[in-house]
Design a protein around this ligand. Structure first.
Ligand SMILES: [Mg+2]
Length: 272
């Protein structure tokens, strides 16, 4: 049996497989073709919605389970499409808590619930159709914080008291139930590993603190360089830190892993 049959790959999107600014994955196209050719599953794990991920998976020509909205939901391949499984609290409940906190404390922040599709389009650099997909949410609410760091710390305390959590992603703060991308990953590893004698090994890619737990659960973790990557504490047995950002770094680390047949030496520390 060839070594790669023991592996699956899981990847964050924004700032990781997709370029932070133009959302391109083209620099990693060769790596993705290698995975596809050898039948190694690539699982997308993102703060994006199922509506957004469905389109992207089609573009990438993959049809695997997906970790949606930071783990708020899982998408399982079903026929040509996906069935969704909600993991956290529904979005309407989150919005109720967030709006009450803002009314009670006068904190300055805004989120998707306050915005029209054209506001979302402008802020994310999306077209209107894409913005509508981003607004089609299961169980996370993206916010832009416009108040002090002290107020933010207080906000986080209140959010946690309401049995929710706030996680900083590349672009937004995501308010969500008490679950994480890693919870989704564990469910997916189990599902993909059905019938195997040993657990599938995991190669994981991420660039922000909301990827930290997922990377720490991997056998080989890749910390993609970004503005937030140094805030991410990763405890995987093996950590690769490519020098280039986004999909360029993705391809760089992938090649290192692939050429070493899943046993690369740890790369030198990220100097940033
Ligand atoms: Mg990211």
């Amino acid at each position: 049996m060839t070594w790669y049959k023991d592996w699956m790959v899981v990847s964050d999107l924004d700032g990781t497989l997709l370029d932070h600014d133009d959302y391109s994955w083209e620099p990693a196209a060769g790596a993705l073709a290698t995975l596809k050719h050898h039948g190694v599953p690539l699982v997308l794990a993102s703060s994006k919605t199922l509506a957004e991920l469905r389109l992207l998976a089609k573009e990438l020509e993959i049809h695997q389970p997906m970790i949606v909205e930071n783990g708020a939901a899982l998408a399982w391949p079903e026929g040509e499409d996906y069935s969704s499984q909600t993991m956290g609290r529904p979005r309407a409940e989150l919005i109720e808590v967030i709006e009450q906190l803002r009314a009670d404390n006068g904190w300055r922040f805004s989120g998707f619930a306050d915005w029209s599709a054209s506001d979302v389009a402008e802020d994310c650099g999306l077209d209107l159709e894409q913005a509508a997909l981003a607004l089609d949410r299961h169980g996370t609410e993206p916010l832009v914080w416009q108040d002090s760091e002290e107020a933010y710390d207080q906000f986080v305390k209140e959010i946690e008291a309401a049995q929710l959590r706030a996680v900083r992603g590349g672009r937004y703060i995501h308010v969500m139930g008490q679950f994480d991308k890693v919870d989704g990953l564990m469910a997916v590893v189990e599902a993909l590993g059905v019938g195997r004698a040993t657990r599938l090994k995991i190669l994981a890619f991420g660039d922000s603190p909301n990827d930290a737990e997922m990377l720490s659960a991997a056998d080989v973790a890749v910390r993609i360089r970004s503005r937030k990557s140094t805030d991410m504490k990763v405890q995987a047995p093996l950590l690769l830190q490519p020098t280039q950002p986004g999909p360029y770094g993705w391809a760089e680390a992938f090649d290192q892993w692939w050429k070493a047949e899943g046993k690369p030496a740890s790369s030198t520390p990220n100097p940033s």
